[in-house]
Design a protein around this ligand. Structure first.
Ligand code: SAH
Ligand code: SF4
Ligand code: F3S
Length: 441
């Protein structure tokens, strides 16, 4: 049997694509290895959200390319968002790559493998802008044995935020058919998964493109919730102004849907938000967050923020710090602005923020994130919470099980037995910045 190694970078969407690619390859006689040196086929699934992630991919394949000098039969594939964007150009930069596979054509992988094994070089990067649901149904997804299954419900994005490359690497927004999503959920549950996360750049617009039916995220949640068995349902990412009251009510009503919203705010300044082409201002975001807190008991709200967007003043940056605190954001992903090819903001060179100021702001953003996270964790001290165990490890001589609460807080519990995949009740006995400590009850 031939061996394949896939290095996955970037978001959950890429992780889900890698699982699908592994599934197709296993039908084709390949088995996965976690040791790149043992692989006959090396693949990198790339992310282009920031320059740093793109650079990481090129440095990795540089190393792999050198291995080819002594192993003539080794094949290298370059996939994902950077592939989609650069297509043929990849061969110019790295002539040892055998195939380039963009995000729109992952289901052509088996055909590609056949061609490269005959010595051809292949580039499959055209935009299709349709879902390939019928192809998805033909093979089993090869999920890393774990607790959480990630299932895409929409692909692409129509928002064109001025900093973001995703609409260029993933194409226009399109919803996958409910039947195929339900089938994938059922398959995951059958193989023992205990949590399903419905994925999309903007999950609240699920179904808007269906011409033959009126079917929204709330409907999908109801249908997934009605599947028998004990499991959890999450959905990410939410766009603030697309979250409807109906959706919030559905989250409260449905027992399996977790009290957790990931709603990137990006900036706390209305001026910056406008320049980012986000369709809300500071006050609107705050109102929505407050509404969710009022309606959903025990909810946590996490966010993404960018430091040093072109033209951002010190005062506007401080508005981000104050917004995080005022809203009581439970956790944030943070990043320094990175100009991306094709995007609108990348052309505003005269407004770029000096690198040292940008990274100094990022450090302050991270400090504020730590504070907010600690304050959020304090709310749970002494509470009893349901934890779904995801991991068992020996930490500094002590056995610890780790899992997450319904509202996505990480809990460490000292325990000698591996309870991965079990739902337990834990009393929160201590707090750290990034996690809670608990005891089984
Ligand atoms: N669809 C989601 C986010 C997808 S990208 C949303 O609408 O928010 C994930 C995160 O990467 C974004 O939320 C943003 O904070 C960050 N990001 C995107 N482009 C970036 C850039 N050019 N520089 C820095 N961070 C960026
Ligand atoms: Fe990017 Fe904006 Fe789309 Fe999110 S909503 S993927 S940030 S363009
Ligand atoms: Fe995801 Fe990165 Fe592409 S965040 S959609 S893998 S650019």
């Amino acid at each position: 049997m031939k061996k394949v190694y896939i290095e996955t970078m970037g978001c959950q969407m890429n992780k889900s694509d890698s699982e699908r690619m592994l599934g197709m390859l296993s039908n084709f006689g390949y088995e996965e290895t976690t040791e790149p040196k043992q692989a006959d086929l090396l693949m990198v699934n790339t992310c282009s959200i920031r320059q740093l992630s793109e650079d990481k991919a090129f440095s990795l394949i540089g190393t792999w390319g050198k291995w080819k000098k002594t192993r003539k039969d080794l094949k290298i594939g370059f996939c994902g968002c950077v592939a989609q964007q650069k297509a043929q150009k990849i061969f110019k930069r790295a002539n040892y790559v055998d195939f380039v596979l963009g995000t729109h054509k992952i289901y052509s992988l088996p055909a590609i493998i056949e061609k490269i094994n005959q010595g051809e070089k292949v580039c499959e990067c055209e935009e299709t802008n349709s879902t390939e649901d019928s192809e998805a149904a033909k093979f089993e997804i090869s999920r890393v044995k774990a607790v959480n299954a990630w299932i895409p419900i929409t692909e692409g994005c129509n928002n064109f935020c001025t900093y973001c490359i995703v609409p260029y690497t993933r194409g226009r927004e399109r919803s996958r058919q409910p039947e195929i999503i339900i089938k994938e959920v059922k398959d995951a549950l059958k193989s023992g998964f205990k949590e399903v996360t419905l994925l999309g750049q903007n999950v609240d617009s699920y179904g808007k493109d269906f011409k033959d039916k009126d079917y929204k995220l709330a409907d999908l949640l109801r249908e997934v919730n009605s599947i028998e068995g004990q499991f959890r349902i999450r959905f990410v990412t939410s766009y603030p102004t697309d979250i409807t009251d109906e959706l919030i009510k559905t989250v409260v009503e449905l027992d399996k849907v977790c009290e957790y919203f990931h709603i990137p705010m990006q900036s706390g300044s209305s001026v910056v938000l406008k320049a980012m082409n986000r369709r809300y201002d500071r006050e609107t975001y705050m109102k929505i967050a407050q509404k969710i807190r009022d309606m959903v008991p025990g909810v946590t709200i996490t966010s993404d923020f960018i430091a040093g967007f072109p033209g951002e003043t010190e005062e506007q940056f401080v508005e981000t710090l104050t917004a995080m605190e005022e809203i009581g954001i439970d956790y944030s992903n943070t990043a320094a602005y990175s100009p991306r090819e094709k995007t609108v903001a990348a052309k505003w060179v005269d407004k770029f923020i000096d690198e040292d100021i940008k990274f100094e702001r990022l450090a302050r953003l991270n400090e504020q994130n730590r504070k907010c996270c600690l304050a959020s964790n304090k709310k749970f001290l002494g509470k009893t919470m349901e934890v779904l165990i995801e991991n068992f490890e020996n930490h500094k001589g002590k056995n610890v099980i780790t899992g997450r609460t319904r509202n996505n807080k990480i809990v460490h519990i000292p325990y000698d037995q591996d309870l991965t995949g079990e739902f337990v009740q834990a009393k929160i006995t201590g707090i750290k910045t990034w996690y809670l400590n608990g005891e089984l009850i």
